[in-house]
Design a protein around this ligand. Structure first.
Ligand SMILES: *Cc1c(COP(=O)(O)O)cnc(C)c1O
Length: 490
């Protein structure tokens, strides 16, 4: 069936998209969510188009020394193996010179097969000077100048590209402040008619962590964007003293949301006076169920992949068959771990999984706070731990946390087997969320906006053991879906 696009499409703007381990244009939950959203849009036959950037060198590949020192490698990949180059270019002005922006396309399909186009913008074109060709090289660059240029390519270049490709856009969905320049380009186009811009824009804030929130001094904004709209307009909507991209997105959108009930409450405290609704994230079931469980669901819950509500009847699956399917996933994981790291994890031990971006609030080392007690509880081969996670190139604290985890793992040796795997990616995530027995999550509240990996574990029948933050406040039924760590928030 062809979706009707006569009423216009929904354009979904996002800085990262994580469709597959082989397309390394993602860092974590935001990108995975974007890919899952595009697949869901496919199954719903929505008139939808995604817009993101083409990072030629990806995020980075993580190498860990034996004592847990992180090193980073480029991820050179060949876009032409996955994407189609489109014969169209648009231009934007940055630092007073024209920068050409090209586009690549991929059709994202859910189980229905209905194609949802995803456009990757690329400045690596012969027509650009070398510096500008590098704008879209890396995801989450630290250099503020390059970062703002990326956001200009995505927001301003993205709106122009959709127009050049002939899309009639009904709604612009801006995900996170990285994409807020969409609204600025729209303001310019409709001669500062703010109500018109708000009617067309939707904004989602994805994290309360301040370092993820882009704020630029106006002298930088002026030197790069050079009067795309008058500065007083930017100051009015993006903050008087500096340009706060989240505030800009919130002020220029007719609807805004956070990504769980708890997170929308936290976001409202951070941005008083804004009506920030809650739309709890989800995961795309077909992408996040392992092979053995898929086969079981196909047998007992036919149609589940296109109609995930059917999974609410999972009680129809006999317990022993569910357990056998789980053990198959567990063996896959253990074999994989033993082969990749020089360990000898066992099929029998209770296996705790923990994997997420290694950044302060995720607290990778909390499970190791009392090693004596952990040895007492888990010694004798009763318990084993599998961990993973990358730290951002410049996140010193995150890198130290990985090293600290390695020290604890060494101290546990001879008592509790534990291993930290290199280069957490989509493939490893699926192995871990399906093959562990227990999915551990210990964020520092209220910083876990949602935490979708726990949902992936639940889809595979794996129990969650988590601090009550993000989605888990909504998902925890104590003793049924898993267990809570610590008290509920006030
Ligand atoms: C699901 C996923 C995430 C996000 O999960 P969190 O629970 O928010 O950490 C991050 N990285 C990868 C590779 C994932 O698959």
């Amino acid at each position: 069936m062809q979706a009707s696009t006569s009423n216009g499409v929904i354009a979904y703007f996002v800085m990262e998209v994580g469709l597959s381990s082989r397309i390394p244009t993602y860092s974590g939950g935001l990108g995975i969510l974007a890919a899952d959203t595009l697949r869901a849009a496919s199954d719903l036959n929505l008139p939808f188009v995604g817009v993101t950037l083409l990072y030629r060198r990806g995020y980075y590949k993580q190498i860990l020394s034996p004592d847990g020192k992180q090193m980073e490698e480029f991820e050179d990949w060949d876009p032409s193996e996955h994407l189609i180059r489109l014969p169209v270019e648009v231009s934007i002005e940055l630092e007073g010179r024209g920068v050409r922006v090209g586009a690549w396309k991929m059709d994202v399909r859910g189980v229905s097969g209905f194609p949802v186009p995803l456009i990757f913008l690329d400045t690596n074109l012969d027509a650009n000077v070398p510096e500008d060709r590098e704008i879209t090289s890396f995801l989450y660059v630290d250099d503020r100048v390059c970062r703002l240029k990326q956001e200009a390519v995505l927001g301003i270049g993205g709106v122009r590209m959709l127009e050049a490709l002939g899309y009639n856009v009904r709604k612009y969905h801006m995900n996170e402040g990285h994409t807020s320049l969409v609204a600025v380009e729209l303001l310019r186009r409709c001669e500062m008619d703010v109500e018109e811009v708000k009617r067309r824009c939707v904004f989602t804030t994805h994290t309360p962590v301040q370092s993820a929130n882009d704020i630029y001094p106006y002298h930088l904004v002026n030197s790069i964007l050079d009067g795309i709209v008058p500065e007083d307009v930017l100051r009015k909507f993006g903050g008087h003293d500096a340009l706060n991209m989240t505030l800009l997105g919130l002020n220029l959108s007719g609807f805004a949301n956070g990504v769980s009930k708890r997170h929308s409450g936290v976001a409202k405290q951070l941005y008083p006076g804004h009506d920030i609704k809650a739309v709890t994230n989800g995961v795309y079931p077909y992408a996040w169920v392992c092979g053995s469980l898929r086969a079981l669901y196909d047998r007992y819950l036919p149609g589940w992949s296109s109609e995930p509500e059917i999974l609410s009847r999972a009680d129809l699956i006999p317990d022993d068959e569910l357990w056998q399917a789980h053990l198959e996933a567990k063996r896959d994981l253990i074999d994989y771990v033993n082969q990749r790291a020089s360990t000898n994890l066992s099929y029998e031990a209770l296996t705790i999984g923990f994997a997420r971006r290694a950044t302060g609030y995720k607290r990778h080392t909390l499970v190791f706070s009392d090693l004596g007690r952990l040895k007492k509880i888990g010694g004798g081969g009763r318990l084993q731990i599998v961990m993973a996670g990358k730290a951002h190139r410049n996140d010193i604290q995150g890198k130290e946390m990985i090293e600290a985890a390695h020290r604890c793992i060494r101290e546990l040796s001879g008592h509790v087997k534990a291993v930290y795997l290199e280069n957490y990616d989509i493939d490893l995530a699926l192995k871990m969320v399906s093959g562990c027995d227990l999915w551990l999550n210990t964020p520092l509240p209220p910083y876990e906006a949602c935490g979708t990996s726990g949902m992936k574990a639940a889809l595979n029948g794996v129990l969650n053991f988590s601090v009550l933050d993000g989605w888990w406040i909504e998902g925890c039924i104590e003793g049924v879906t898993g267990w809570a760590i610590g008290p509920p928030p006030d």
